[in-house]
Write a protein that binds this ligand. Structure first.
Ligand code: NAX
Length: 331
């Protein structure tokens, strides 16, 4: 039998947290044969709610769940964890400026960086979900220098999955038969959902999405803005932001990272740029990646046309600006 893996979820009493803890404890993140111990962290104000979730997890009688730690103490939460899903953060409130949102989260991620570095298991894999996700990941990296940069990632898989979902609807095929869309850039409205290399399985075999859709204008305009604005559309409809889809995407991200991507398939992950595709080092940027044996690598050699280049550069500009603002708070 496998040794239990310790999985930390921060912001566990929040919306995404509530959805994801059950998914993790049912094996959707690490596999149906992998026992887990859940560490849940939230603020002291949410301690009662967190305890209620602990009670529900016990009541669910989950065979893979070998223990639950529910705490508002960062050191206890990070102690010995092998996987950390960082969902907790300062929420954007109406009228709040982006600069202030970044500032509030810089403080949180700076402090979580030291908890991570001091208490987590060596080689702990980290996924930042909380917004601004790419910049929070950067702050975490800067303040946890002992953690290898390759162990810190941020979530753009929800955007990636949204892209696959839109293509499946357009082509009237099953979503599992669509693959290799790409989300480039920031998890924000400057992200570039790119279908240039995506394929779909039809009765005539695997075909490029570009050929199947044929409507280049739809792919460049309507599709791109639908994916970019999907989060806002969900908020408008539900009066709450995406949570089950975000939780599901975070499970997909971790599962593919740890257990590997299927052959011939890539996924999108926010990672520390190594300069690939002319994206400067020093920012977290979403790239197409494949994963094997617990390591991600950026897919190389894809053709980038002028349209893609300008979209990709716009997201670089935004991320540099977020970095500049974040650095202003750090000093
Ligand atoms: P909620 O406000 O429901 O939950 C956030 C939880 O974090 C709360 O329970 C809060 O008490 C807790 N928290 C705040 N500061 C904390 C700290 N310092 N330590 C531990 N816990 C802390 O938000 P929810 O809808 O669950 O969203 C969580 C985050 O995910 C937000 O930042 C949101 O913007 C972000 N998202 C990111 C997505 C992505 O694709 N990267 C998509 C979904 C989501 O919008």
């Amino acid at each position: 039998p496998k040794k239990p893996v310790k999985v930390l979820v921060t912001g566990a009493a929040g919306q995404i947290g509530y959805a994801i803890v059950a998914m993790i404890a049912r094996g959707l993140m690490l596999g149906a044969d992998q026992p887990v111990v859940l560490h849940m962290l939230d603020l002291p104000v949410a301690a009662d709610a967190l305890n209620g979730i602990r009670m529900e997890l016990i009541d669910a009688a989950l065979p893979l769940l070998r223990g639950v730690v529910a705490t508002s103490d960062q050191a206890e939460a990070f102690k010995g964890v092998n996987v950390a899903v960082l969902i907790g953060g300062w929420p954007r409130k109406d009228g709040m400026e982006r600069k202030d949102l970044i500032g509030k989260n810089v403080a949180i991620y700076k402090s979580q960086a030291s908890a991570l570095q001091q208490h987590a298991a060596p080689n702990c894999k980290v996924l930042v979900v909380a917004n601004p996700a790419n910049t929070n990941a950067l702050v975490l990296k800067q303040f946890a220098p002992a953690i290898p940069a390759k162990n810190i990632t941020c979530l753009t898989r929800l955007d990636h999955n949204r892209a696959l979902g839109q293509l499946a609807e357009k082509l009237n095929v099953h979503v599992a038969d669509v693959k290799n869309a790409i989300i480039w850039g920031n998890h924000s409205s400057t992200q570039f959902p790119d279908t240039s290399h995506a394929t779909a399985l039809t009765d005539r075999g695997e075909r490029p999405v570009r050929e199947l859709v044929a409507d280049e204008k739809w792919l460049r305009e309507e599709f791109v803005s639908t994916v970019q604005q999907r989060g806002a559309a969900v908020i408008k409809a539900r009066k709450q932001s995406s949570s089950l889809s975000a939780a599901s995407a975070a499970c997909d991200h971790m599962r593919d990272w740890i257990l590997g991507t299927p052959k011939g398939t890539w996924v999108s992950m926010g990672v520390y740029s190594d300069g690939s595709y002319g994206v400067p080092e020093g920012i977290f940027y979403s790239f197409p990646v494949t994963c094997e044996k617990g390591e991600w690598s950026i897919v190389q050699g894809l053709q980038i046309d002028d349209f893609a280049r300008s979209k990709m550069d716009a997201s670089v500009t935004e991320l540099k600006e977020e970095k500049r603002i974040a650095n202003g708070f750090v000093i």
